[in-house]
Design a protein around this ligand. Sequence first.
Ligand SMILES: Nc1nc2c(ncn2[C@@H]2O[C@H](COP(=O)(O)OP(=O)(O)OP(=O)(O)O)[C@@H](O)[C@H]2O)c(=O)[nH]1
Ligand SMILES: [Mg+2]
Length: 386
Amino acid sequence: MEKYNPQNVARKILESIQEARKNMTMLNVMVLGKTGAGKSTLINNVFNEELAETGIGKPVTDQIRSYSKEGFALTIYDTPGLELGGENSLNKLLKEVTDVIDKGMKSGDIEKAIHCIWYCVNTNTHRFEEAEKSFISRFLDEAKQYNVPVILVLTQSFSKQDAQELRSEIEKENLPLAQVVPVLAQDYVIDGEYTVKAYGLERLIEIMNSVIPESVKNTLIAVQKANIDMKRTRARAIVATSAATAAATGAVPVPFADAVLLVPEQIAMLAGITVTFGIPVEKATLAAVVSATVGTSGATALGRSAVGGLLKLIPGGGSVAGGVISASVAAAITAALGEAYIAVMTMVAKGEMQIGDLETKEGKKQITKLFKERLKIKRNDKGEEI
Ligand SMILES: Nc1nc2c(ncn2[C@@H]2O[C@H](COP(=O)(O)OP(=O)(O)OP(=O)(O)O)[C@@H](O)[C@H]2O)c(=O)[nH]1
Ligand SMILES: [Mg+2]
């Protein structure tokens, strides 16, 4: 068996993270709307990477550009600087947009299809302009055959009342839209005095998640930063699966000198949670997490007899009999580790702590505390709380 130490395990987790990122199905989102509607602001406040700011993008057609980043499973199709002036330009745009959708669909490759379209209308235009209305209904008519969900995003909705009025006006048209969603992507300061807090992005992601194909849902959860709850839910599902697998694997041997508690499922679990949160982590951070939880003698926060210390905390954990821990104890340790990691990732995602803080003495102490608290939870033999 390979020598166990936090550095080795951290390296394995990193490899598993890279693998999971590579295997993530590409999510393709098209963002339409007039110049100044707030498309770039929306994109940058919804996704982990500031795609719309990373240069001018790649021209796809005259009006459409694509933005992507190596190692990030998202492509945005944007229409920067779009003006809807006159019938000619509307026809041209309609053709370009449907061509891009058509090409993606006909490729037969889910990673090339457009999975969702945001049509952005600035709430502050106070009305649904005729040209725009006509374009949208013709466009929706075309889009129908491709089954691409279109969400109408009412951008810059710092006045919720204006947004509601515009929303009812649009809904009267009975257009085949997935939803009409008012948002304010970024805090808005009025007269340098009042600040209207950003809102609506969480809901936009929730709606989007309910209309996109199953195969890109995990990608959406990982690449967006607006809906942390959705990340937590997904991460908890990963933990449940890992704990159940750890239990199903059966009794886990525990060599005393090197407490190999980090079985492959736990490595995959920590990688999966990291990818779900979309937070860049370094090897040193992962090593800190490992040593602060299931780490071995010397490096561990739990003291020299790491295993014995862990087992004492687990209700009914017992002792290490014959160098083997029971399946249910393996599940309990796995669940506690996963939940503690989700707790710190949530704090980082919410900006309550920095990822680098985890490497500090204080940070490690906090992880240990979260882990120990979760070890004490009563669970069934699949690691589920009872
Ligand atoms: N405070 C605040 N300002 C916003 C918001 N959305 C857009 N803006 C502002 O409105 C202006 C236009 O926003 P952009 O995001 O650049 O609009 P766009 O649709 O990308 O425009 P083009 O790239 O020209 O097509 C910018 O000055 C933004 O700062 C928002 O949610 N909150
Ligand atoms: Mg823009």
